[in-house]
Design a protein around this ligand. Structure first.
Ligand code: GDP
Length: 448
């Protein structure tokens, strides 16, 4: 194992505030020497030793446990020391100072995990999952982050990477024998292989998007004609009177946002202007923003009613395929309908009333389902940058397919595949820049 660092870092790894136990963590080449001073002898690897932690003058700071994890079998891959004392901010601070006197320096946020990454203990996606696990706001999000930390996501990326490399080898072999290139590239097996990689990628992208929603929350854009009941629905879901409800058509002109938590799953609802052609300048701006909002949403929630539903479906047609569609037939109290739910094509239809609340529980359940809650095996957490990277891979694969199908341009296709491979490698960190690492680890908490 290559150790990239020569200094020894230390931090309080437990949360601030009074607690039963608090932990100071040390990592680096100086850890064994610090352990020897604190314990009075060399600790046995991976054994809990009861120790009296003393300051430089021999004064007792605290009594607690000392554990030594020699390199490389430790979290960071370096020599690691864990000092467990009483969970008092004052005592832990004294203990940390003592460790620094003995040669350690204060760790930066995320520096332990960064060292674990640099020493090959974790890849980048796994390291990010550590932070996501700590920050998880729901059981589902924590479970997903744990899966990513265990390498579920990284292994899928690796499988895809291998398929991509096999395809590249195939095409580059054709380029290396130019006299046979045309025949080689015309081989339908290459096209099929590319298609197979493309569908493997599409599946991974879907899973990553679900993982992203679990992490970041589900973005829902509420759309529909003026007066359909969009603001009323937002208010009913948010339980406040944030949006302005008005019986005159066209009131909600700006985009209103509301952050909700459904059983710990984060939702961001955006109430948009009614989508209709209008001469009113201000309202037209609202319509433009509504369309923008739709482009960045995970879910388009169309609010309509029994009378207008068929016509309103047109609002959903221009949307990208990956946006989930929900059609809410509102005002069932007025129309004497019963709340129910059914799947029609790619959309979920729900009958409800924003006014009485009938049917809204099914809507909440469906939104939770779309956010990835309750789904079982194979769910992993992901970040926006992972999804963006996978989308780049998809674009490069499409370009490669295009190059092959049209002019049998093997060189171009190979170049696209090379870039696809690079974008994929950014997820796990086989390609990464210092800026990226700084941004990722800088957002960690200290001591992790
Ligand atoms: P928006 O323009 O789509 O935001 O619609 P609003 O939420 O402002 O509602 C327009 C009108 O429809 C208001 O008078 C609401 O009280 C009424 N409304 C909204 N939802 C319901 C519902 O479920 N039942 C009934 N009867 N009226 C509703």
């Amino acid at each position: 194992m290559v150790e990239h660092t020569t200094d020894t870092i230390a931090a309080i790894a437990s949360a601030p505030g009074a607690a039963g136990v608090g932990v100071v963590r040390v990592s680096g080449p100086g850890a064994p020497a610090i352990a020897r001073v604190l314990l009075g002898r060399m600790p046995q690897p991976r054994h809990a030793h009861f120790a009296a932690f003393r300051d430089g003058a021999g004064e007792l700071i605290d009594r607690g446990l000392l554990l030594h994890f020699p390199s490389p079998a430790s979290y960071t891959g370096e020599h690691v020391l864990e000092l467990q004392g009483h969970g008092s901010a004052v005592l832990l601070d004294l203990l940390l100072r003592r460790v620094c006197e003995l040669g350690a320096r204060l760790a930066r946020p995320g520096e332990f995990t960064e060292r674990a990454f640099l020493n090959g203990k974790l890849d980048l996606a796994q390291a990010e999952a550590v932070a996501d696990l700590i920050a998880a706001r729901s059981h589902a999000a924590a479970r997903a982050a744990l899966q990513s930390m265990e390498g579920v996501f990284s292994r899928k990326v690796e499988v895809l990477l291998q398929s991509l490399i096999a395809l590249r080898v195939h095409i580059e072999a054709a380029i290396d024998f130019p006299e046979e290139e045309i025949d080689f590239l015309a081989d339908p097996a290459i096209g099929q292989q590319l298609q197979a990689v493309r569908s493997e990628l599409a599946e991974l992208l879907r899973e990553a998007q679900r993982g992203l929603r679990l992490n970041d929350g589900l973005r829902v854009a509420i759309i529909g004609r003026p007066n359909a009941g969009k603001s009323s629905l937002l208010n009913a879901l948010a339980g406040s009177d944030r949006a302005i409800v008005n019986a005159a058509a066209g009131t909600t002109r700006d985009v209103l946002r509301e952050a909700l938590s459904l059983d710990g799953i984060a939702l961001e609802l955006a109430d948009t202007a009614g989508l209709r052609d209008t001469d009113d300048e201000v309202e037209r701006e609202g319509v433009r923003r509504a369309r923008g909002e739709l482009q960045r949403a995970d879910v388009a929630l169309l609010v309509s009613d029994a009378e207008h539903a068929d016509a309103d479906l047109a609002f959903l047609t221009p949307l990208p395929a990956e946006i989930e569609r929900v059609v809410l037939i509102n005002k069932i109290d007025r129309d004497g309908l019963a709340p129910h739910s059914e799947k029609r094509g790619h959309a979920r239809w729900l009958w409800a009333s924003a006014k009485t609340g009938a049917g809204l529980e099914s809507l909440r359940d469906h939104l939770k389902h779309l956010a990835g809650a309750g789904s079982g095996e194979g769910i992993f957490s992901a970040r926006r940058r992972h999804v963006t990277a996978l989308q780049q891979v998809a674009a490069h694969l499409d370009q490669a397919a295009h190059a092959l199908a049209g002019s049998r341009a093997g060189e171009l296709a190979a170049e696209e595949l090379r870039q696809a491979q690079r974008a994929l490698g950014e997820i796990t960190g086989s390609y990464s820049s210092d800026d990226l690492l700084g941004a990722i680890f800088g957002s960690f908490c200290i001591g992790k």
